[in-house]
Design a protein around this ligand. Structure first.
Ligand SMILES: [Zn+2]
Length: 352
């Protein structure tokens, strides 16, 4: 018990104990010492309180002695704390040597690009080498850009070829006609041509939406379309570009075959077949023995489409073609169910 009559004597004892015990204390013990000696309810505080009972003449000297003791104890604590850290570090360095030549730990699972992204990047690169730039547009689109400007007025039967998701605009919103999720990336062609004069050479990759869901169709899929408009563009330019496009993606041995077909926004139009990736042209069940599979749609841009964007069909002509990126990726990797691409099963994605 600390009492007021003999503070100097008690202070001497306290310091002596501190000088003996602190330099020998471990890390946990050190903190306990600090609290016991310097804490608010510690021994030094008790001594200070006891000094109130001293005669006024003795108080300054006693106060100075307590402060000096506090400084010394703090210095002892700091010195011991640093010594403990030094010892720990020395132990660490003196332990088992580190072999810096050992191989590092391997990362167990490394991410990779999705097969559809890979296919898209490859296609864009092939087209970039031929001078095409990438153009993008909104996925929520006006009916005008998706259908009407592409030679599909409201009653056009070809609209039934593409089961469309319509979007209900917010109540009270004023829109320039019906709104939908784009069913193809062709509206990007319209927007691009409206924004600049010919010549135009673009490709537009992106997501498109149709009301389909079965092993070879998904309500959301990816498309890439190519548009070239300039003076004197002919069907020969289209065929040559298709050939380079297909061989760039699948390999030099692949061939294209064009069959007459109908799309409202081109005239003439063609279905484009590519050497079957499963049998390499020998004929199999997938290609029904023909050696070819249908992959793209193509044609010369319809004069009505050119006029709709303010181009003069007497001055310029153009070709366009488009295809599903997912379908190309499926064919290239021999996958027969489109839905595998969107289920995000890592076992599939790692081997695709
Ligand atoms: Zn085949």
């Amino acid at each position: 018990m600390v009492t007021a009559g003999q503070p100097q004597l008690l202070l001497g004892d306290l310091l002596e104990r501190a000088r003996r015990e602190i330099p020998a204390a471990g890390a946990d013990e050190l903190e306990a010492q600090r609290v016991r000696l310097l804490g608010r309810k510690g021994e030094l505080s008790a001594l200070l309180r006891g000094m109130g009972a001293l005669p006024a003449g003795e108080r300054p000297a006693a106060g100075a002695a307590v402060n000096a003791a506090r400084d010394e104890i703090e210095a002892l604590l700091t010195a011991r704390r640093e010594a403990i850290l030094r010892e720990a570090r020395a132990a660490e360095l003196g332990g088992a040597p580190i072999d810096v030549t050992l191989p590092g730990r391997r990362i167990a699972a490394r991410g990779r690009r999705h097969p559809v992204s890979e296919a898209q990047d490859d296609l864009v690169e092939i087209l970039a080498r031929m001078g095409y730039e990438v153009a993008e547009g909104p996925e929520i689109e006006l009916d005008y850009y998706n259908f009407e400007a592409l030679n599909m007025p409201p009653d056009h039967p070809a609209r039934d070829m593409q089961d469309t998701f319509y979007v209900r605009p917010p109540a009270g919103a004023r829109t320039a006609g019906p709104i939908l999720l784009r069913t193809h990336t062709s509206p990007v062609q319209i927007r691009t041509m409206l924004a600049r004069p010919p010549p135009v050479r673009i490709c537009s990759p992106g997501k498109v939406y149709r009301r389909d869901d079965d092993p070879t169709h998904s309500p959301m899929f990816h498309q890439i379309e190519v548009l070239c408009v300039d003076r004197d563009i002919t069907f020969g330019h289209l065929a040559g570009t298709l050939d380079a496009f297909v061989r760039g993606f699948f390999g030099e041995d692949f061939r294209v075959r064009l069959r007459p077909s109908y799309f409202p926004f081109v005239e003439p139009g063609a279905e484009v077949d590519v050497t079957c990736t499963f049998c390499l042209g020998k004929g199999c069940r997938t290609c029904k023995g023909s050696g070819f599979v249908e992959v793209l749609g193509a044609g010369l841009v319809h004069p009505r489409v050119l006029r709709a964007v303010g181009y003069d069909p007497e001055e310029v002509s153009g070709f366009a073609f488009g295809c599903g990126i997912d379908r190309l990726a499926m064919l290239r990797s021999g996958i027969d169910d489109l839905r595998l691409f969107f289920e995000n099963d890592l076992r599939f994605l790692e081997q695709a």
